[in-house]
Design a protein around this ligand. Structure first.
Ligand code: ARG
Ligand code: ZN
Length: 891
């Protein structure tokens, strides 16, 4: 069934208040729900529509009386109930079985405790309800459970009562003062302990913050708590937004489909985004935890206080909240770096975010799942928690920020809350506020919400030496995507600088302007083609376009290797400086892959190695930036850039470049490794993290280059590391290159951490991402993945394990997954089918790893197609997987 955005209609009945009583039991939980239903006078009369799935309806009463069957119509996925008058009280009793709920949506069990996940449509698996985000209600919730098994009972809002019951049971009653949509409901009942802090908010209210975890994990909660406090302070300072509850709780759970969930006052997190201790979590884990905690906290305003009218508007809350968490993280990095390093620190964050966008979102745009940030239709909403809705959505908000300026943007946000606090609204409502607050016409800008695809911006420059004028022509083209053959030109902000031969930015003045306007100007490309004339230039400039990645587009510009090396060494915009190096590296790797296909010798150009050498030796650059600038683009990214994609020859080329960079630059890598040592006890600090990242990168290249001193350094670091970043970085260097030391290291690592589930995820992921040392080697990684499925520490029912083992292999090791005989694909199909029976959301994520199969070389396409067809023809396939494979096969 396909749902269309245009079909939205408000409901004739809404629910003002919900009284829930949930009597928890592993197999027969009784849910009693009383809904105060109110007629919506603006809508034509009709029945009350209740969604419900996977539960038993025990009783339904209207105003206290058992409803006669004539008032109830059963339809697929729910009930229609005939109500009279303007108000009615509907009471429903259902039975659900949390112990057998393997979907991890609705009410389910994890390690003996009860947890809920209701976004997007999980509440209807707990009780019958008009489970749509435009129905906002006040909740009062009573939970009862066995005291021994579940000493802690949590729900949204404030605890108003608790006590003992008969038979070893107890209860707690919670009340949430804010009306909310059902997707923000949450319940936790488990054996947990918490770290807590009291804090005074901006206006002087005292609030209680808690981080709840299993007992043995209490010593891993401090970083999450610190992150929460920083988030709270940042939202006060940056947006004037205060915590509106007396109590704010974070709960860690081991079995969770996604990253985390912003339930009002009771955020539930995948444990991997909460728990951190220096010996178990890496710098990157620390960073991710900080940003996920911030993301969920920021939802309290952008998502909860103002929510989405319908699920097509998902980017209203997600794009905006991702933008906010990105800004928060950039501010945290800048603050840690101090005034001098602030700009570079922000660029480091920007680069990380753009890497994700270009790798995942650009690929999505180029395949069968391409959709605008506000989709026009879907079969299964869970399939639309995508890189497009989240990451491109954040880029769209960022472009508004760029176009309107910080003050303008902020006044638009203020207006948004003043108009829409407490409402369920649309993306148009948001952009209208931005337009009204700033007086700017944003009609064309709205195309970013309705057109799918990655715009291609083509740049051409002409230097008129005699006149000192540089003429820049930009044109845009938006490729067709499924259902959208033709597109209109969008409004694209392009930040531009011009660099002189000494590497300095030139002051910029447009023809007809009386004053110079700085060295970076934002051009607004709104037509198919536009030209700008920069005047008064003393010499031919080198253009630096799309500075800071000012728009989510592919920029095409003819630059030779010298020009890229020049910008790699000189561009004052750190993002573009990094990007120049990435473009250069891409060119080198892809041309080697082509040489391999033609049976030619693979030679890495010395000029490229020299350019990397200069960057690596440039002490004016901070370590984190150098680590990014000296790393090759990701293989997954390059594979998408290669048409047709041939994973085997790409892998050969990657190995050749890794080896050349390691061996050819061995002296500087070794010196860098030495210089970047971090002394003293581990603390998570971005400066230290940058140094550790650069050292680990040095090891990776040295080992890949077969430099024996590098191998021994890695061995020593692995053995003596006092923290996970160094331990794992060294192990990764050894394992990725398929060394014997790596094989032994994996065993040592296993015996050290076998009881630590989150660390074991790293162990699974690393070994299935390893590259083969030489192509004739026996046991390919596929065999290892298959045998690890039977490992004691592995479980198909734990999403983190599936993502670590299967996700890392399917997505992170193309050279080993895409075997020419197609055996990887048959394995993939078996796993997708197996997973789908238990957990469609996880299965669908795995299914998506082959959606861009049409980009591959023909012999691989045939193999993939037959496996896609096998999955598609499986009986009882979920809507989740069926939508993915159906779209992949459609032409
Ligand atoms: N709103 C959550 C977040 O962005 C994600 C929830 C995803 N849930 C789902 N069923 N797809 O943090
Ligand atoms: Zn979110």
């Amino acid at each position: 069934v396909t749902i269309h955005r245009g079909d939205y209609a408000p409901l004739p009945w809404t629910v003002e208040a919900v009284e829930l009583r949930i009597e928890l039991d592993p197999t027969a939980t009784r849910v009693s729900s009383t809904l105060t239903c109110v007629r919506n006078p603006n809508v034509e009369a009709g029945p009350l529509r209740l969604f419900g799935e996977s539960m038993e309806l025990v009783e339904l009463r209207i105003d206290g009386l058992v409803a006669s069957t004539t008032r109830i119509t059963h339809e697929h996925g729910g009930l229609l109930v005939q109500l009279d008058g303007d108000r009615a009280e509907v009471s429903i009793v259902t039975h659900v079985d949390p112990s057998s709920n393997t979907t991890l949506s609705g009410l389910y069990m994890s390690r003996g405790g009860y947890f809920t996940q209701c976004e997007a449509e999980g509440f209807r698996r707990i009780t019958y309800f008009p489970d749509r985000p435009d129905v906002m209600s006040r909740y009062r919730v009573t939970i009862t459970a066995d005291r021994e098994a579940c000493p802690v009972l949590l729900s949204n809002g404030n605890l108003i009562d608790s006590g003992e019951l008969d038979d070893g049971r107890h209860f707690a009653q919670w009340e949430d003062p804010f009306p909310k949509p059902s997707y923000l409901f949450a319940l936790v009942a488990a054996k947990l302990v918490c770290l807590e802090r009291k804090l005074e908010t901006m206006s002087g209210r005292e609030v209680l913050l808690q981080v709840w975890v299993e007992e043995g994990n209490l010593d891993r909660t401090e970083h999450a708590m610190d992150s929460l406090i920083r988030s709270l302070r940042w939202d006060e300072q940056a947006f004037g937004l205060e915590l509106d509850l007396d109590r704010f709780m974070i709960v860690a759970v081991s079995d969770f489909n996604m990253g985390a969930m912003e339930n009002k006052g009771l955020n539930i997190f995948n444990a991997k985004f909460v728990l951190a201790r220096p010996d178990t979590a890496t710098d990157v884990d620390y960073e991710r935890i900080e940003s996920v905690v911030a993301h969920e906290y920021f939802h309290n305003w952008t998502g909860n206080r103002v929510t989405c009218r319908d699920w097509f508007q998902l980017t209203l809350k997600e794009g905006l909240t991702v933008f906010r968490d990105q800004q928060f993280s950039a501010d945290m990095l800048a603050e840690a770096a101090g005034e001098e390093g602030a700009a570079s620190a922000r660029a480091v964050k920007r680069i990380d975010d753009v890497k994700v966008l270009r790798t995942s979102q650009f690929a999505e745009d180029a395949g069968p799942m391409a959709h605008p940030i506000r989709p026009e239709s879907y079969q299964e909403i869970n399939n639309f928690y995508t890189a497009t809705v989240y990451e491109k959505g954040a880029e769209v908000i960022r472009m508004l920020h760029t176009l309107l300026g910080h003050e303008g943007f902020r006044s638009g946000i203020d207006l948004y809350f003043s108009y829409h606090d407490g409402q369920a609204v649309t993306c148009d409502d948001f952009v209208d506020c931005m337009a009204e607050a700033t007086g700017r016409d944003l009609e064309q800008f709205m195309l970013w919400y309705s057109q799918a695809g990655t715009p291609i911006v083509r740049a051409n420059g002409k230097w008129l030496a005699g006149d000192g004028i540089y003429v820049l022509t930009l044109s845009q083209h938006l490729p067709p995507t499924p259902g959208q053959p033709e597109k209109a030109p969008q409004l694209i902000p392009v930040a531009v600088g011009l660099i002189d031969p000494d590497g300095m930015d030139m002051p910029l003045r447009f023809e007809g302007e009386s004053h110079v306007g700085g060295t970076t100007r934002v051009l607004e490309l709104g037509e198919t083609e536009q030209t700008w004339r920069f005047v008064d230039l003393p010499s031919a400039p080198v253009p630096s376009l799309l500075r800071g990645f000012s728009a989510p587009v592919r920029l095409e510009l003819d630059e030779d290797d010298e020009c890229l090396a020049f910008r790699m060494a000189n561009d004052s915009d750190p993002f573009n400086r990094w990007d120049a190096g990435q473009r250069y590296a891409e060119r080198v790797v892809l041309s080697l892959a082509e040489s391999h296909e033609h049976g030619k010798l693979l030679e890495v150009p010395a000029a490229f190695l020299n350019a990397v050498r200069s960057t690596l030796c440039d002490d004016s650059l901070d370590a984190a930036f150098r680590a990014q600038a000296c790393a090759l683009p990701g293989e997954t990214y390059l594979l998408e850039r290669m048409r047709p994609a041939d994973p085997t020859s790409l892998r050969v080329a990657m190995q050749a470049v890794f080896a050349a960079m390691g061996a050819g630059l061995a002296d500087v890598w070794l010196r860098t490794y030495h210089d970047m040592e971090v002394n003293g006890a581990y603390r998570y600090h971005p400066g230290d993290a940058g140094r550790r990242a650069l050292r680990n990168l040095a090891l990776r290249y040295l080992v890949a280059g077969g430099v024996s001193e590098g191998v021994s350094r890695a061995g020593t670091q692995f053995e003596y590391a006092s923290n996970m970043t160094e331990c794992f970085g060294a192990l990764a260097a050894l394992v990725m290159s398929g060394t014997n030391e790596g094989r032994d290291g994996l065993e040592v690592f296993y015996s050290r951490y076998r009881d630590d589930a989150l660390v074991m995820d790293k162990w699974f992921a690393l070994q299935v991402m390893a590259w083969r040392r030489d192509p004739s080697e026996e046991a390919p990684v596929l065999d290892r993945v298959a045998s690890l499925l039977g490992h004691d520490a592995f479980s198909m029912s734990n999403p983190n394990k599936v993502y670590a083992l299967l996700g890392s292999f399917f997505r992170g090791n193309p050279g080993e997954f895409h075997l020419p005989d197609g055996s990887g694909y048959a394995f993939w199909a078996d796993r997708v089918i197996e997973l789908d029976r238990a957990n469609p959301q996880v299965a669908s994520r795995m299914a998506r790893t082959l959606e861009n199969w049409r980009h591959f070389a023909p012999h691989l396409q045939d193999e993939i197609r037959s496996q896609l067809e096998r999955v598609a023809s499986t009986d009882g396939l979920s809507p989740d997987v069926s939508e993915i494979v159906g779209k992949a096969l459609a032409d």
